[in-house]
Design a protein around this ligand. Structure first.
Ligand code: S3P
Length: 206
C-alpha cells in the first residue's frame, strides 16, 4: 500500500456523521396526527441506515388490539399509560428512528425521557394539511367528533407550545417526501455536527 493512501481524503457523508454523533441516541419524530411522522421517519431511517420503529404499531402489538379498540375498551387514560411505557422501552433500543403518536410528547415524563435518550424533531403541519390527510382514514379515535376540524384546531392550540420544545422543527407540507427528509438531514447535521458535511481530509476527521 502506498504512503499516499493514508493521506488521502476519507469520504464522509452528512448521514454517516449524524449516525456517528448520535451514538446510542434515537431520532424521535413528534407532532400532530397526519404530519407525516411515520412516512418521513421510515425514509429518514433508510437514508441513515438505522432501524425504524413506530410507537403506535408497537403499542398495538403489545396490546394485541388496534388503537381504536384500546380507546373503546379501556379509554384514553389507559392508552396513554401504555403509550408511555412502550415509548420508554423503545427509547432503550437506539440508535434508531422512532415515530411517536401525536399525544405522547404531551406527557412530561415522556418528554423528559426523549430529552435524555434522543434528538427530537417536530414535524410541524398546519390544520388544513392535517385535516386533508386525516380525513382519508377513520382510525383516529380523538377525531371521531362532530366537528373534526374544530378538534384539530383545539389540539393544535394545546399542543404546539409543547411540540415547540423539540430540538428541531421542520415544516411538513405538500412537497415530495425526499425534500422533507433532506431538510431533516440538514437540520440534524447542523445540530449534531455543527456545520456543513463535506469530504474531509483524514487529518480533519480525527
Ligand atoms: C393520537 C395520535 C395517534 C394515536 C392515537 C392518539 C393523538 O397517532 O397515537 O390515535 O393523541 O394525537 P398518530 O399521531 O401517529 O396519528
Amino acid at each position: 500500500m502506498s504512503e499516499t493512501t493514508s493521506q488521502s481524503a476519507v469520504a464522509t457523508s452528512p448521514e454517516a456523521e449524524i449516525v456517528a454523533a448520535l451514538g446510542q441516541r434515537l431520532i424521535v419524530l413528534v407532532g400532530m396526527m397526519g404530519a407525516g411522522k411515520s412516512t418521513i421517519g421510515r425514509r429518514l431511517a433508510a437514508r441513515l441506515r438505522l432501524p425504524f420503529m413506530d410507537a403506535d404499531s408497537e403499542i398495538e402489538a403489545a396490546a394485541g388490539m388496534t388503537i381504536p379498540e384500546i380507546f373503546e375498551l379501556h379509554g384514553e387514560p389507559h392508552f396513554r399509560d401504555g403509550e408511555a411505557r412502550v415509548i420508554a422501552r423503545l427509547l432503550d433500543s437506539g440508535p434508531a428512528v422512532l415515530a411517536t403518536g401525536g399525544g405522547s410528547f404531551m406527557r412530561d415524563e415522556t418528554r423528559r425521557r426523549i430529552g435524555d435518550k434522543a434528538v427530537s424533531l417536530w414535524l410541524k403541519a398546519d390544520s388544513d394539511i392535517i385535516m386533508r390527510r386525516v380525513k382519508r382514514r377513520a382510525d383516529r379515535p380523538l377525531l371521531q367528533t362532530e366537528d373534526p376540524a374544530a378538534t384539530i384546531n383545539r389540539l393544535l392550540a394545546e399542543r404546539e407550545p409543547v411540540y415547540g420544545n423539540a430540538d428541531l422543527t421542520i415544516a411538513s407540507r405538500d412537497v415530495p417526501h425526499d425534500k422533507i427528509v433532506d431538510e431533516s438531514i440538514a437540520a440534524l447535521h447542523a445540530l449534531l455536527c455543527g456545520g456543513e458535511a463535506q469530504d474531509k481530509p483524514a487529518s480533519a476527521a480525527q
